[in-house]
Design a protein around this ligand. Sequence first.
Ligand code: UDP
Length: 258
Amino acid sequence: MNKNNYKFPTVTVGGLVTASVTRRELAEVMVRDCRLARENLAEWLPRVVFSSNGQGIALAGQDAEFAATMAKADIIHADGMPVVFASRMTAHPLPERIATTDFFHDAAKAAEEQGLKFFILGAEEEQNRAATEEIAKMYPQLKIVGRRNGYFPAELDAEVCEEIRESGADVLWVALGKPRQERWAIENRQRLRGVGWIKTCGGLYAFLAGDAPRAPLWMQRCGLEWLYRAAKEPRRLAFRYIITNPYSLYRLLSATHR
Ligand code: UDP
């Protein structure tokens, strides 16, 4: 196991131990960890970085196994604005929201500068391909060393991990949806020794591929991005939010340490 010597404090929000860190600091940590990984390729266990939003908080509150999986992360950052609002009830409010869709760009810029390599795992084949092409266009110096869609059976996990390791990836982006992506990351981290970071990223490729528009900034800032997404994709998301929002609100109020 790596020695986890992160300097930032944590706050328990909605039952999840959440890192009090800014976007810039998180990108710096990514670069530092990937450098350390390269120095200890054979031993380095990937750092697993998850994000916290209403859906994840609700899932962890209802499913002890998922809560245990979340607890194994090295870093959980606040992906949703409600997580940041709730942290203001504590003595250590989180400095800002780190939406994975925003953080991806911080990470890509840092990776371009530092020569770090990305592997793009997850989503439907077409979306994965389109997102990868878009990333290559936006960040021409970025080394994208592999990509693979997220529809493969568990029997292929070892093979998929071997492909990722052999690619020399520093950062593995994993979009398999909650809770599969978190379980997959924890279950497979031993097979991915030498990879610096495993970063879960849910619907990221849909945004990058242009399949899903981002909510207007004012909605993102007010904590209403979920409402915009639900309005755009009511069949898939409205039910999710109707079910999870009241319960995640309850968890945000009752399982945030003041
Ligand atoms: N997905 C996948 N394999 C699966 C299940 C889901 O690759 O077995 C992908 C799915 O195609 C989508 C992503 O995982 O691209 C989940 O996106 P979602 O919008 O649900 O993520 P979230 O809202 O949690 O960020």
